[in-house]
Design a protein around this ligand. Sequence first.
Ligand code: AMP
Length: 424
Amino acid sequence: MTFKELHIIEPILQALSAEGYTQPTPIQEQSIPILLRGKDLLGCAQTGTGKTAAFAIPILQNLYLHKLNNGNERKIKALVVTPTRELAIQINDSFKAYGKYTGLRSTVVFGGVKQGPQTDDLRRGIDILVATPGRLLDLMDQGYISLKDIKYSVLDEADRMLDMGFIHDIRKIIARLPKERQSLFFSATMPPDIVALSRQILGNPEKVSVTPMQTTAEKVEQAIYFVSKKDKPRLLLHLLKTEKIDSALIFSRTKYGADKIVKMLKKADILADAIHSNKSQGARQRALGNFKSGQVKILIATDIAARGIDVDELSHVINYDLPNIPETYVHRIGRTGRANASGIALSFCDGEERAYLKDIQKLIGQNISEITEQPYPDDGRFIPPKNNGHAYHTRQDSRSAKSDTSGGFNKRNHRQRSFSRRSR
Ligand code: AMP
């Protein structure tokens, strides 16, 4: 299948070819025809599948054809609402890249920065607006943005929106949208509250689902280190020094933890940056820029800050802490293994996190292999029954028991795989 076979018009085909896209990804193949037909869409897909282009291309095409028929009026005709600033910036960049020969204009608004440059852009007139919910409502209330000409609305990462407490904002935004419009709704997961929300927004949607959670999980090589909480810093240093890690995104559950990791690495002369919501927008963008350009190879992030990070060539995701929500694990490891690349996800699991690991393995439907050859194995794997000193396994026992089920994934073959990916 080619983009041409999907009836994409020439100015967009040229831009896609400039981006190096030779063929549509599965979500694009499924969504584009539906959207070009004007149908509402409910998409179950996560970042990394090419979902941005899946909605941006048909919106651009529809707007372009519409514009040719109806003159050149610059009113906001397409609205994309997304939970984080980073994601918003990237989506706007995608619209600009795919639409560069269409003459259509897009801009992005998000909070945490001065509104002046954003309102200047809006005043000049735009066709497509990408926004985070809070700033969008703010600028609507101030009269800078009107939604009355919206023909296309996209709610992106709906599950994250709800996790981040944006439900009231979303409801307010939806209430201001014209009834006559084409609506798109994307979410990586479809729990009942998301399905209910989608019903309020969408007419009679067509559904596409391209990424059952397992897809990413299967593509990314995963391994687990059982390690005590106090040994995690040393284990991380050990890995960064001994493994061939080209670029790593390290997840910390807390902002405080992220800063602590950066400090610890700095002490060991390892350059690293952190992004989380306590940092200014400028500092976050600088950190992300340095990471993307390869100047800084290690980025520590909290889950919310990491939502929009889109780095091609990300070789490793390291879960310094395991998330308590299993879907978050899948989101995290989906940062590596983007588009057609493969990646490695390494996770640290301390005694308290074993229950999280169990939930994660259940969700992805596979057991994550343990790396046993490491200097800080946690011997708290088996909790000794009270009053019975003999009834629990020694570390030796547990190791040999585990190695039977490790599926042959040991440090050596892990290294070989890293090497072969690097040399591609
Ligand atoms: P997304 O899921 O929208 O975040 O996209 C994930 C990554 O895939 C981004 O880096 C896109 O630039 C890239 N991508 C999207 N569509 C294609 C395509 N058809 N061919 C190659 N790469 C793509």
